[in-house]
Design a protein around this ligand. Structure first.
Ligand SMILES: [Zn+2]
Ligand SMILES: [Zn+2]
Length: 400
């Protein structure tokens, strides 16, 4: 498959330029107006039927070839993060406090490079839907697009998405069948007691002591209620109460992040957290309120589609540059919702390890992060090959 890689390598300069342009103009969730317009204009110019404004700023470009019945969806995300950039790159963000710290600029550029190649030289038989979604970073852009009829208007037999990952050799493709990314739920616990003088605690009902006990009690859920062979995370990322050393405050709040790699474990975590908080609060005589917010679902890659993506990866870069079954991650991703509706697979592409002076090792969501432009060619070649194999003309499909 080196000819395909070479073909995309030859034209990747334009798309690296585009990637840097998007990087320079990052936009937060549901505000991706410039990025979406850029994507839609390019797709239209290359002959795609384009729908704008799906789920806010989402864009879908459709290309139909031949009479094949198969329909493929490829997804890229477009949003940036509220982080002040410190990458030192020449294409540093011009918007203060906003940056592409997760490489969604690169994901968009890779899918656009593939889009152009497929439009101009792609040989396939069927329907190709390129899905550019807003608000992956916690905003649930995938759900918004689905609520806007994404899969009714653009039915897909399978969907795929790719995310870069620092710390993995540049261009390495990592697949995984089954649960690959964690569910992510949030809760705010508000404890209400009776404030008073720090010198007379018996005349008050102290929510701080209750909060401290709840923080410790919640740690027992992962240790005592979850199968040791399963993954679960209960993090209390914020604990706020009080202002002065001699004042017992009337309230305390805790902010929780809760993750699991299994739907049942996810349910157990919610049940045990609510029960422990209620029982602990009761024991201290304070009132507890829990505002539970369900976030992203567990991302589960289906077996057949993952096996297919593996074959494509091996054909493109060779066995030694493909991890057939990588480890799951405790991060989360709203592509999980699309995979609840349509079979498919989500894979990683190594952003680099930083060894021998190489780029790409800085972690995503870090102010120093930057997408590795060497991946534009390889990532787009992967999309082209995957589309051509999935939508192969019939004689070819019969032998696959
Ligand atoms: Zn991210
Ligand atoms: Zn991301």
């Amino acid at each position: 498959m080196t000819y395909l890689l070479q073909a995309l390598q030859a034209r990747c300069g334009e798309f690296i330029g585009l990637r840097r342009d998007i990087h320079r103009h990052p936009e937060l969730a549901f505000e991706e107006h410039r990025t979406a317009a850029l994507v839609a204009d390019k797709l239209e110019a290359w002959g795609y039927a384009v729908e704008r404004g799906i789920g806010g700023t989402g864009v879908v470009g459709t290309l139909v070839r031949g009479s094949g019945a198969r329909r493929l969806g490829l997804r890229a995300d477009m949003d940036a993060l509220p982080i002040e950039e410190a990458s030192g790159a020449e294409w540093t963000s011009v918007h203060r406090g906003v940056m592409h710290a997760c490489g969604h600029d690169g994901h968009t550029a890779m899918l656009l490079a593939a889009a152009r190649h497929l439009a101009e030289q792609g040989s396939f038989d069927g329907t190709l839907h390129l899905i550019f979604q807003p608000a992956e970073e916690g905003g649930g852009g995938a759900l918004r697009m689905m609520a806007d009829g994404l899969f009714e208007r653009f039915p897909c037999d399978a969907i795929f998405a790719m995310h870069n990952m620092p710390g993995i050799a540049q261009g390495r493709l990592v697949l995984r069948e089954g649960a690959a990314m964690a569910s992510s739920d949030y809760a705010t616990v508000t404890l209400t007691g009776i404030g008073g003088h720090g010198a007379m605690p018996h005349r008050a009902t102290d929510p701080i002591v209750a909060a401290a006990s709840i923080v410790m009690a919640l740690q027992t859920i992962v240790a005592r209620n979850i199968d040791p062979l399963q993954a679960a995370v209960v993090t209390i990322g914020a604990l706020h109460a009080g202002k002065a050393n001699n004042v017992i405050p009337a309230s305390a709040t805790l902010e929780l992040s809760v993750r699991a790699l299994d739907r049942q474990v996810r349910g157990t975590l919610e049940r045990r957290i609510k029960a422990l908080v209620a029982a602990q609060a009761e024991s201290f005589g304070v009132n507890a309120q829990i505002d539970w917010r369900a976030g992203y679902a567990v991302l589960v890659n289906t077996p057949a589609e993952t096996a297919f993506a593996r074959e494509v990866a091996v054909e493109l870069v060779g066995t030694d540059k493909v991890t057939q079954q990588g480890p799951p991650l405790t991060g989360s991703e709203d592509f999980a919702f699309m995979l609840e509706r349509v079979p498919g697979s989500y894979l990683l592409i190594g952003n680099g390890t930083g060894e021998n002076g190489g780029a790409g090792a800085c972690m995503v969501h870090n102010p120093g992060y930057d997408f590795n432009d060497d991946n534009v060619a390889i990532g787009s070649a992967f999309w082209v090959l995957l589309a051509q194999r999935f939508l192969a003309p019939k004689e070819r499909a019969a032998t696959r």
